[in-house]
Design a protein around this ligand. Structure first.
Ligand SMILES: [Zn+2]
Ligand SMILES: [Zn+2]
Length: 141
């Protein structure tokens, strides 16, 4: 009997089916994570190559996640009362300055935007990379 076989018999005696299942599940999870890491590297490389058609299905999900997240933040912002960043007095809607201390109120982002050439989400024209897909903005396709 080889050393390997002896070892295997030894393991058989010690291990339960449950332990083996746990080990297998862990291996599957680890494999899934490694695949995800590999996929994300590939995805970024493909995006850089400009071949967005190859990753169109992923990009659809990216845009959905991005737009939904943005909408959630907007709704959360709209729900919380508008307060002065300096004295915390409540501000009227659309107020440009605090009525109590005169501190300028935070203004909504009004920078001009144009759609990203890769994913199509509106992006401010003065930034270099898309905040949704990471694609270079203003790059010639
Ligand atoms: Zn104030
Ligand atoms: Zn983009």
């Amino acid at each position: 009997m080889s050393l390997w076989q002896q070892e295997s018999v030894h393991l058989d005696q010690l291990e339960t089916v449950r332990e083996l299942q746990q080990r297998m599940e862990k291996a599957k999870r680890d494999r899934g994570q490694l695949l995800l890491d590999l996929g994300q590297k590939q995805y970024r490389a493909i995006l850089r190559s400009g071949d967005t058609q190859a990753v169109e299905m992923i990009m659809v999900q990216d845009v959905l996640i991005y737009e939904t997240g943005k909408r959630i933040r907007e709704m959360q912002e709209a729900m919380k009362p508008n307060r002065c960043i300096s004295c915390e007095a409540s501000l009227e809607k659309d107020a440009k300055f605090c009525g109590s201390c005169g501190t300028p109120a935070p203004q909504p982002d009004v920078r001009p935007k144009s759609p990203c050439s890769s994913c199509g989400t509106p992006q401010p024209i003065d930034i270099s990379f898309c905040t949704c897909c990471g694609g270079q903005l203003g790059a010639m396709q």
